[in-house]
Design a protein around this ligand. Structure first.
Ligand code: G3H
Ligand code: 13P
Ligand code: ZN
Length: 328
């Protein structure tokens, strides 16, 4: 059976570790995460975006994940909705077997207009009321993800504010975070600290100016008992960029969130770390390599197997680095 995010994050807080939350879209992603979890004895958060639900279909997703639970009965699994855009999206996820939902009220339902604080409180509190009655956990988000150096909002994948934002808007305010959590009752809070979604987060190795672990420390001081979430936390490792580019891929030089920075954030209350881009890159890089090296092949299993294997390696590294390993 699936368990809630609350149960997993409470255990993570008690034992001072974090869970990577991997975005999944199909069988191969789920196999990769589960194989890595099995190999490292780690509990799992599998998250599906609205895009993933539209791509796979709710029934396929649910049954794939129930399949994972059957194959790996010793691994605790949570099925989480990533970036619910409005209460109705969260409700349909709950109806479809998700044990945790994110209500991202930092933006309006159009996905690109910055919402007022009052709107965010209202929609998030509404979802908490419904979700908790159904035994489902809720993640909220406060602050706007985006690049602190350029002020550019988070618009990489068509989700996020498109204009420029001030430093204040790009960093979650600790006092407001305290008010938000007490008014909404969320189980976990996603915070803005200079990370953004997608591959192009930073144009240089991030330092304290463009990735504010300090902000997490301040929020944690106000909210020592709230589980914090880091979005946009792929590391976009050089080896995966190189693999992708070596076989005709076109990725400009870029930096993600270093694993070492995430490790600094874990003792400061970060319990969930969202990762999508790194698995996309591992899968697509491997497929590019295989298409290039084996042009005669037309059996998809011959390239999906190594693609899944590389995703498994990335997942294992994160489970080890965040000290999730051994906690299943
Ligand atoms: O927040 C974005 C996640 O990386 C999911 O991306 O909406 O393209 O599935 P997606
Ligand atoms: P990345 O794009 O850094 O992998 O972040 C994923 C994410 O935050 C999903 O909600
Ligand atoms: Zn996100």
């Amino acid at each position: 059976a699936l368990i809630t995010m609350r149960q997993l994050l409470d255990h993570a807080a008690e034992n001072n570790y974090a869970l990577p939350a991997f975005n999944v879209n199909n069988l191969e992603y789920i196999q990769a995460v589960m194989r890595a979890a099995d190999a490292t004895d780690s509990p799992v958060i599998l998250q599906a975006s609205r895009g993933a639900r539209a791509y796979a279909g709710d029934a396929f997703l649910r049954h794939l994940i129930l399949g994972a639970a059957e194959e790996y009965p010793h691994i605790p699994i949570c099925l989480h909705l990533d970036h619910g855009d409005q209460p109705s999206t969260c409700i349909s996820a709950i109806t479809n077997g998700f044990t945790s939902v994110m209500m991202d009220g930092s933006l309006l339902a159009d996905g690109k207009t910055v919402a007022s604080y009052e709107y965010n409180v209202d929609v998030t509190a509404e979802v908490v009321k419904i979700a908790h009655a159904a035994g489902v956990s809720v993640e909220g988000e406060l602050g706007c993800l985006g690049n602190l150096e350029t002020g550019a909002g988070d618009k990489e994948d068509g989700h996020g504010f498109e204009g420029k934002l001030s430093r204040e808007e790009l960093l979650t305010d600790p006092d407001q975070a305290l008010d938000f959590v007490s008014k909404t009752g969320v189980d976990a809070l996603a915070v803005a600290i200079g990370t953004s979604h997608g591959a192009y987060k930073f144009t240089r190795e991030p330092d304290g100016e463009i990735l504010s672990i300090e902000t997490i420390a301040k929020i944690n001081k106000r909210l020592p008992n709230t589980h914090l979430v880091m979005h946009g936390s792929s590391s976009v490792p050089k080896n995966l960029q190189d693999l992708f580019n070596a076989y005709g891929g076109k990725m400009k030089p870029t930096w993600g969130v270093p694993v070492s920075e995430i490790q600094k954030a874990i003792p400061l209350g970060v319990r969930k770390v969202n990762i999508d881009t790194d698995l996309r890159l591992a899968m697509t890089g491997t497929i590019r390599k295989n298409f290039s090296e084996n042009p005669e092949n037309f059996d998809p299993r011959n390239y999906l197997k190594p693609a899944t294997a590389l995703m498994t390696e990335v997942c294992k590294e994160r489970f080890e680095a965040f000290r999730t390993a051994g906690k299943a």
